[in-house]
Ligand binder design. Structure first.
Ligand code: HEM
Length: 180
């Protein structure tokens, strides 16, 4: 009896858990060119899924000020079946650094990622208001500027983006408008 239970648990882990990164239903989706951003608001958190036609990284940046400066960036990639998702901050107009290297904290929750047929999907949750000064509060009333970008080929987070865009998004209603 006990053995059967363990076999069932193993079956669920092997066959169903990898689906969690793509199968979760999200409340809203924003479709950009070759990159989609889906999200759900859930109490004091946002659940996010990013899918891009790339074998490189995919990223989102909340509330940039000048180019990439000031944005709360979450960036992730999948290499040889292993995902890496990091909490970054736009500490310059043309770049970003890991919050932990800047003296802040990693506030990414439930990270997951898969890469299949040249498409990378990452998912994670994030507090709407973390205690880290390198994370801006994520505004759920009114509009917020959101950057989306992906790399190409290599998974290195230092590689620049062949595609990047900026939208104004109302995270509560899903309404959005492309700015750049
Ligand atoms: C990997 C390291 C990165 C480098 C070296 C880099 C470099 C640059 C450079 C040189 C520009 C100005 C030229 C242009 O407009 O394309 C730029 C703009 C931009 N980047 Fe990045 N970037 C990086 C990562 C990211 C990430 C992770 C995001 C988003 C989540 C992002 C979003 C943007 C956006 C939206 C712009 C346009 C800003 C504007 O015109 O206001 N970048 N980046």
């Amino acid at each position: 009896m006990k053995n059967n239970l363990w076999i069932s648990i193993l079956f669920i882990m092997v066959f169903f858990l990898p689906l969690s990164v793509s199968a979760m239903d999200y409340q809203h989706t924003l479709q950009a060119k070759g990159l989609s951003f889906s999200w759900s608001l859930d109490g004091d958190k946002i659940h996010v899924s990013l899918t891009a036609e790339t074998t490189g990284w995919v990223a989102i940046g909340f509330d940039p000020e000048k180019a990439m400066q000031g944005a709360n960036i979450i960036i992730g990639a999948v290499k040889k079946g292993k995902f890496k998702i990091e909490d970054h901050y736009g500490d310059r107009k043309r770049g970003h650094s890991n919050d932990e290297k800047l003296g802040g904290t990693n506030d990414v929750l439930n990270p997951a990622g898969i890469e299949e047929d040249g498409v990378t999907t990452i998912s994670f949750s994030f507090p709407l208001k973390s205690d880290d000064k390198y994370d801006k509060p994520i505004q759920t009333d009114g509009i917020m500027k959101i950057m989306l970008a992906h790399g190409a080929g290599k998974d290195s987070f230092r590689n620049r983006h062949p595609y990047r865009t900026i939208y104004e998004v109302n995270l509560s209603t899903g309404e959005n408008k492309k700015l750049k």
